[in-house]
Design a protein around this ligand. Structure first.
Ligand code: KG4
Ligand code: ZN
Length: 349
């Protein structure tokens, strides 16, 4: 079984071909960094136009690289939300057009489901498991019971963690996108130099909050009184390291609590899975591995290149859904918002 995956929900145009044996036959990502960099963030209209300009040729390249013809493909999967709607339209319309022309099943994939199932592409992870989904737009703890069977246990009440990385990085004078730049700046920095808040730590619920941390970073920068800050400033290295330590503490606390709840409700440990762009961060991965071990389980994370947005995760979610007959009609509407627990899925075992 081979599925073509299309991802256009943010600023990466991504296409992949994946088979049912977990082989990634092609996986191409065209980042639009240069187009958005002058604005310090993603401009939705520019993103949508860029997807439109590049998607067809990227699909042709992926097919050529995999040595495949559409006659070899069993389904077309495209991110149908949540995301920047202009870009989502481009991917969905392209996917539907190919599906209609080649009479192939169409699979409307929830972007978050793509992140949630990636560990089953890169390894042999059985349901159920606890998922920490950390990306530019989301920060959630989810119990993953099966394909399309997701229970959100906690979420951010304000900013997503990736968004907080990006905004903190911008304030520190680091290049866009902020997450990887902040991680690089933090290397060798003194994480104990700045005292930053750890929002929600110790709380009963499994929610997150990051806006207070962002504000605290702004205040520390103002107190420093040095402008402009650059990646080379020792203060930036220390502030980046302090920021990362605060985020690590919060995620560790929330995951420890969530693992206990998960084990109480689902009766077995199951691995702790982390996914989404922020899961590429090595400091956070190391910390979460420690948390999982302390709770008698292990951390499973996709390789960094499959943590950030990619087509392989969409193709794989397509494989999982196609196997269960969970295909979608060609009038499926693209959605800017689409909570993970509203995805239709397999019946309970
Ligand atoms: O999953 P993703 O590629 O796109 C969304 O679905 O949002 O996540 C992008 C987010 C951005 O906020 C980016 O700064 C963050 O992931 N990110 C990182 C790292 N790499 C990407 N954050 C921290 N450390 C990283 N190494
Ligand atoms: Zn994503």
């Amino acid at each position: 079984m081979i599925v073509l995956g299309i991802e256009t929900s943010c600023d990466d145009t991504a296409v992949a071909l994946v088979d049912g044996e977990r082989s990634i036959l092609a996986n191409l990502v065209l980042a639009q960094l240069a187009e958005h960099r002058p604005y310090g963030g993603v401009v939705p209209e520019i993103a949508a136009r860029s997807h439109l300009d590049h998607l067809d040729s990227l699909i042709a390249r992926a097919m050529a690289e995999a040595g495949l013809d559409f006659a070899d493909v069993d389904g077309i999967a495209a991110t149908a939300g949540p995301g920047l709607i202009g870009g989502v339209f481009v991917g969905v319309m392209t996917g539907k057009a190919i599906a209609a022309a080649r009479r192939l099943p169409f699979l409307a994939i929830n972007h978050l489901e793509g992140h949630a199932l990636t560990v089953r592409l890169t390894g042999d992870v059985a349901f159920p498991y606890l998922l920490l989904l950390v990306s530019g737009g989301h920060c959630q703890l989810v119990a993953v019971e099966g394909v399309g069977r997701y229970h959100r246990l906690g979420t951010t009440i304000d900013d997503a963690v990736g968004e907080c990385f990006d905004k903190a990085a911008k304030m520190m004078g680091l290049a866009y996108p902020g997450g990887p730049a902040l991680e690089a700046a933090a290397r060798g920095g003194d994480a104990a130099r700045f005292d930053l808040p750890r929002p929600m730590m110790g709380r009963e619920t499994l929610d997150f909050s990051f806006s207070g941390l962002k504000t605290a970073v702004r205040h520390r920068i103002a107190e420093l009184g040095v402008e402009p800050l650059t990646a080379e400033s020792p203060a930036v290295r220390d502030l980046a390291a302090s920021f990362q330590a605060a985020v690590a503490d919060v995620l560790a606390d929330r995951c420890t609590r969530a693992l206990a709840l998960f084990q109480a409700r689902w009766g077995r440990p199951g691995p702790l899975v982390v996914a989404g762009g922020v899961a590429a961060n090595q400091t956070l991965r190391a910390r979460l591995a420690t948390v999982a071990a302390a709770c008698g389980t292990e951390l499973v994370a996709p390789p960094p290149a499959l943590c950030t947005d990619n087509g392989a995760m969409i193709a794989w979610a397509g494989i999982e859904r196609l196997r269960l007959g969970l295909t979608d009609p060609l009038d499926f509407a693209a959605r800017p918002r689409w909570p993970l627990d509203q995805v239709h899925g397999q019946a309970p075992a």
